[in-house]
Design a protein around this ligand. Structure first.
Ligand code: PNS
Length: 161
């Protein structure tokens, strides 16, 4: 049986922390589906389509070995998406106890809804303080976000993509 994992998130924009989780997921599973979703508690900077394009470009630029599918699903349950594509596992990065507290109930619900298990990957300390939320805030106030995001994001913001 092909082991398919979904790495879901807002990815608004993709950061070095996300890429680390995606690369590590690919070492554990046969296929990784990176899924751009909508988080109603967050105001988006990039469209879902742009987020997916940036993920594709960033993963290709990194040259990670593995089978990656980039997908967008913004109007339904993550559990239903997993059932549709035959994914058995969700992979989530955890930076702190706060992340774990946020993720644990979702892992419980997703397992009840679709029998999908959640695997938590502990963030590399180099990325543990990076969040897309702060990246968006720093960018919107004119700060430099280049240390936190792949070069494709900067190129996109400069209109070079
Ligand atoms: O990167 P984020 O914003 O932390 O990702 C959160 C996300 C999008 C993975 C979460 O909000 C989610 O799973 N949304 C999909 C809708 C859904 O299935 N909700 C029920 C979760 S138990």
């Amino acid at each position: 049986m092909k082991r398919i994992a979904v790495v879901p998130g807002s990815f608004d924009p993709v950061t070095h922390g996300h890429l680390d989780v995606i690369e590590r997921a690919a070492k554990l599973f046969d296929e990784v589906r990176v899924l751009v979703m909508h988080n109603p508690s967050k105001k988006a900077l990039f469209s879902a389509a742009d987020r997916a394009t940036l993920l594709r470009e960033a993963i290709d630029a990194e040259g990670f070995p593995g089978d990656f599918v980039i997908d967008v699903f913004t109007d339904g349950l993550l559990a239903d998406y997993c059932t549709r594509v035959g994914a058995q596992v969700l992979v989530k990065g955890v930076r702190s106890q706060v992340d774990l507290s946020y993720e644990t109930p979702m892992a419980y619900f997703n397992r009840n809804l679709a029998g999908v298990e959640t695997v938590f990957v502990v963030s590399d300390p180099a990325h543990a303080l990076i969040s897309s939320t702060l990246v968006r805030e720093v960018y919107s106030l004119g700060g430099d976000i280049s240390p936190y995001v792949p070069a494709v994001v900067i190129a996109h913001l400069k209109g070079q993509l």
